[in-house]
Write a protein that binds this ligand. Sequence first.
Ligand SMILES: [Zn+2]
Length: 129
Amino acid sequence: MNWLQKFMYGRHGTDQLNIALLVLYMILALIGQLTGLWFLYYLGFAVIIWSFFRMFSRNHEKRWAENQVFLGIWSPISSRLLSLFRHQKDKTHRYFHCPKCKATLRVPKGRGKIEITCPKCQTVFVKKT
Ligand SMILES: [Zn+2]
């Protein structure tokens, strides 16, 4: 293991973008395998080469900047997906968005038609729970 530590010393290693690239590679390889589209293999190969290049790169600043750009795009998407998943799992509440300020409001399920008051902007609207 010592040779690996010596080899990786001063190199960028892995980050969120690299993990995303590996996942993208696996998706491309799987779709390529299932559909027989040869260009997906080459695209996946390019993605994995890029991932290895980033992993072994010694230019930390540039790799860090790339990762920040990726996180700027991915973070809003992932938090939206996560909240969607959480709302789907919650069987005792319903989630609504305030028509005025778009705040997410959680109300108990099974109460029929209720008047909901947004705690942020005090807008009142009626929804069926
Ligand atoms: Zn509101």
